[in-house]
Design a protein. Structure first.
Length: 190
């Protein structure tokens, strides 16, 4: 099991360790790395009978210690199934997403969504202060944001967001959500 700073270091470590890995071994790599490099590592190891899972982790170090993360893995499905008990030690949910590189690609998506969420929170705090919506400490908005994230997470687990990427991001639902938010803030009465 690897957890290294980047895919270049990953490649160097596996180049050294590779000759010592025999057929049937599984390398579980939780490094947040370049998807193309993860694919190449997987191909190289597979040629020698070694399975490789790019098993990126969604969550912080603190969440790993508390077993509150997810695993997003790419690689052989049977190798993934053999590692489920290992993943369960730190992640209550593990997802097999396809061939090598798929876990790394999904980690990029997750990081983008988290970054956008933080940017939206910062913009919301600035907007709330500018329009006088919040009289008092900023943590009130942060708590609202956390509650919304938990709600969205629960809806996603229940399968309610399975069409969100297709329908609401570009369609009429997005406009309705924006209108509702503006009305709730008292900025628009349309």
């Amino acid at each position: 099991m690897l957890c290294l700073p980047n895919s270049e270091i990953d490649a160097a470590v596996l180049a050294e360790a590779g000759p010592h890995l025999g057929p049937g071994a599984i390398v579980v790599d939780t490094t947040t790395g370049e998807p193309e490099q993860m694919e190449a590592l997987g191909r190289g190891l597979r040629e020698r009978g070694v399975e490789y899972l790019d098993a990126t982790v969604g969550g912080s170090s603190q969440q790993v210690r508390a077993s509150q993360t997810i695993v997003m893995a790419g690689g052989d499905a049977e190798a993934f199934a053999r590692c489920r008990d290992l993943f369960a030690c730190f992640a209550p949910q593990a997802f097999h997403l396809g061939p090598c590189g798929s876990g790394a690609r999904m980690k990029l998506v997750v990081n983008l969504v988290l970054g956008l969420s933080r940017a939206a929170l910062a913009a919301g705090l600035a907007f709330a202060a500018a329009c006088g919506a919040v009289k008092g400490p900023e943590p009130q908005i942060a708590r609202i944001h956390a509650d919304l994230n938990r709600s969205v997470g629960a809806n996603a687990q229940a399968g309610e967001l399975r069409h969100a990427g297709k329908d609401s991001v570009t369609g009429e639902e997005q406009g309705i959500q924006v209108q509702r938010a503006l009305r709730n803030m008292g900025v628009w009465d349309g």
